[in-house]
Design a protein around this ligand. Structure first.
Ligand SMILES: Cc1cc2nc3c(=O)[nH]c(=O)nc-3n(C[C@H](O)[C@H](O)[C@H](O)COP(=O)(O)O)c2cc1C
Length: 486
């Protein structure tokens, strides 16, 4: 399907036409925008519209901040070039997303010599990161974070492989910001390669980004593949990039881009920051500093923002989506047959509570699925609970999952515990620097040997349901306001 939008502004116009954009004026950058987003998100979860803050006190009108870009099924579908209305609820969208991702072949970026990002260029002593309404997102954050819904672009010094990763950036002063890149992430590997050679690492940070580029920046795109090319693959045409001053390519249609370098040994205290598990668990510690030498931005630029907090938060829905799709793919690749659904739950902050539904096909099938999932990327890191349910249970419905746990799982025999698993400093239960945790795999499937004699579920049959809906549409419309799915 051809994409009808080329940049964040055209995408926002489409989102507005869908009725999913609200512009809010006069809210302060200092803890207020973050607080407003959190309050609204707690009420609406994935029904939260995209929130564009304008007329931020102390800043020129038009210098805006955007939160909750992708936090709805329709905004996510729009971004990925999928149909906007897909039947089958969350699992319907998830199936369509998996099909979409399977069809992607990276398309190399195209170098151009002009683009809207060149509308304003500040260089040298004129550089001022606080020219933009950079928020303090949470009450106890250690400072103002210019990079949250961002992409940090680095290049491998030898192969020239260009990587984009979403890594947070805290303002140090008007011309510097820290980069928090956890060990093993691709951007960190690039930094380390420059540092080992005693050289500074050139960096581009896209802090006003379009949502299509933001998806691969936070997705585990394979080592060696550029997220620019991956985004081009989703779009079906190359991403237009400018050759920046540092040699690292810059997206021509971005809103705000920082160019600069990170020097070996140059660090500054970073954090604390409200982390995705819902705590300020990482504390403050030294992290590398990006010295910013050039800032490029459009007229009336939009800073894109994403601040985690105790779930739900405003970039959680799509996080669960992306991770569920990756886990489902992994289970299939790992040889688990008849997986009927996967949902990495919002209440588990998109990591700690995972549900897999299977059509049980052999003795041990449910343990096979659950134990494998508990140790498989993208679930292996800071996992906690994996629940396996039968295929009559919607894994995205907490109500159904709890019902299955309450009626099909015998705690004495159906919970497997794994110890010394992969965790990190941001897990609130790691009290020492030994970053282990444990996992429970909960088998909430009907015992396979009782699949034929287990009590029947007291629920209307498909046939009865379909007949009643067909016969009494007016009754359902009057009571429910809509006609339910058969
Ligand atoms: C809003 C948001 C903020 C994130 N912040 C960080 C961060 O500060 N540091 C980090 O290492 N990963 C962070 N991540 C996770 C990485 O973006 C993710 O692991 C991504 O795959 C990294 O790219 P890479 O695979 O190219 O290293 C964040 C993700 C999101 C969605």
């Amino acid at each position: 399907m051809p994409f009808e939008w080329q940049d964040l502004r055209e995408w926002l116009a489409r989102v507005e036409a869908l009725g999913e954009l609200r512009t809010i004026r006069g809210v302060d950058w200092d803890r207020e925008m973050g607080g407003v987003v959190e309050i609204c998100c707690r009420q609406l979860a994935e029904r939260l519209p995209a929130l564009l803050f304008d007329e931020i006190p102390g800043y020129r009108a038009g210098y805006r901040c955007l939160y909750a870009m992708l936090n709805s099924p329709r905004r996510f579908a729009l971004t990925m070039g999928m149909p906007l209305d897909i039947p089958g609820g969350t699992m319907g969208y998830l199936r369509a997303f998996r099909e979409r991702m399977k069809a992607i072949t990276p398309v190399p970026a195209r170098v151009v010599d002009h683009g809207p990002i060149l509308e304003n260029v500040d260089e040298g002593t004129v550089v001022d990161l606080l020219k933009f309404p950079v928020p303090v997102h949470h009450e106890l954050d250690g400072g103002r974070y210019i990079g949250t819904a961002d992409a940090v672009v680095t290049m491998d010094p030898e192969s020239g492989w260009v990587n984009l990763g979403t890594y947070r950036m805290q303002v140090v002063d008007r011309q510097a910001a820290t980069l928090y890149i956890s060990p093993g992430k691709h951007g960190r590997l690039h930094l380390d390669r420059y540092f080992e050679a005693g050289r500074p690492c050139p960096v581009v940070a896209i802090v006003g980004i379009d949502p299509l580029l933001w998806v691969p920046a936070r997705y585990q795109v394979p080592y060696g593949v550029s997220e620019y090319d991956y985004a081009g693959g989703i779009r079906g045409e190359p991403v237009a990039v400018l050759q920046g001053k540092t040699g690292v390519p810059i997206p021509a249609n971005a809103e705000i881009v920082l160019e600069g370098e990170v020097h070996p040994g140059d660090t500054h205290p970073e954090g604390p920051f409200g982390e995705w598990p819902g705590y300020y668990a990482g504390g403050e510690r030294p992290e590398p500093v990006m010295r910013v030498t050039r800032v490029l931005y459009r007229d009336d630029p939009i800073l894109t923002c994403a601040a985690s907090n105790k779930p739900p938060h405003a970039h959680l829905f799509e996080r669960c989506f992306i991770r569920s799709a990756g886990l489902w793919d992994g289970l299939e690749r790992g040889g688990v047959p008849n997986v009927r659904g996967v949902w990495v739950h919002e209440a588990g902050a998109g990591r700690t509570f995972i549900v897999i539904s299977i059509k049980q096909s052999y003795y041990g099938h449910s343990r096979h699925a659950g134990i494998l999932a508990s140790q498989m990327s993208p679930a292996a890191y800071i996992g906690r609970w994996v629940i396996v349910v039968d295929d009559d249970i919607d894994p995205s419905s907490m109500y159904e999952v709890l019902w299955a746990m309450g009626t099909r799982c015998d705690p004495a025999t159906d919970i497997e515990i794994q110890r010394k698993c992969w965790s990190s400093k941001i897990d609130p239960l790691t009290f020492t620097e030994h970053y282990y945790n444990s996992r429970a795999v909960v088998d909430a499937c009907i015992p396979y040997e009782h699949r034929h004699d287990f009590p029947k579920v007291a629920v209307s049959s498909r046939e009865l349901r379909a007949r009643l809906i067909e016969r009494y549409p007016a009754v359902f419309r009057e009571i429910l306001g809509t006609i339910p799915d058969p």
